[in-house]
Design a protein around this ligand. Structure first.
Ligand code: GDP
Length: 179
């Protein structure tokens, strides 16, 4: 059915330290204010904001709950199941985090095989030019291979953060209209 969803869940994935919380904070436009805690048992933290994109409003609930070191596989499965869209983050200063991003893309694909969910690959910390370990070309090629969108951001400088989440909204709408 052409079910219209007023709100979309966007899950942030990626290695610890790549900047997921910083991106979520930059998205929410807050520095230190306490985010909405949705579910105590999952320690799930979500940031809600309504964006006006191309003259239409859409509410995103950005979920920052990914803890790769957690043993309980149900937690990982939960994160991989609940998203309407995924933002897979790596740091351009950490090649290991870039490799993890590919693994996450593969996990996501195997868990959500039948669905065409938007996935955006994000190279964060683009301000740290002298510590760069992953080139823009490498990032773009990886995104192309894994059939997802790509953007480099700096949560620290708030560079491309708005563009990232506007891109998520556009990807979600494209799929909604395709249904
Ligand atoms: P998370 O573990 O993925 O949620 O990462 P955090 O958001 O906690 O960030 C880890 C560290 O990287 C913190 O010290 C942040 O201040 C720093 N950081 C995050 N994003 C950026 C960025 O775009 N540029 C720079 N220079 N530092 C960043």
């Amino acid at each position: 059915s052409g079910c219209w969803e007023p709100q979309y869940r966007v899950v942030l994935l990626g290695d610890p330290g790549v900047g997921k919380t910083s991106l979520a904070n930059a998205f929410a436009g807050v520095q230190d204010s306490a985010p909405t805690r949705l579910s105590r048992c999952l320690a799930e933290v979500a940031y809600e904001r309504t964006l006006s994109v191309d003259g239409e409003e859409t509410t995103l609930l950005v979920i920052d709950a990914w803890e790769p070191e957690r043993r309980e596989s149900w937690h990982r499965s939960h994160c991989l199941q609940v998203g309407n869209a995924y933002v897979i983050v790596y740091s351009i200063t950490d090649h290991g985090s870039f490799e993890s991003a590919s693994e996450l893309r593969i996990q996501l694909r195997s868990m959500r095989q039948a669905e065409d969910i938007p996935i955006i690959l994000v190279g964060n910390k683009s301000d740290l030019v002298r510590c760069r370990e992953v080139s823009v070309e490498e990032g773009r090629a990886c995104a192309m291979m894994f059939d997802c969108k790509f953007i480099e951001t700096s949560a620290a400088l708030q560079h491309n953060v708005a563009e990232l989440f506007e891109g998520v909204v556009r990807q979600l709408r494209l799929r909604r209209e395709g249904k």
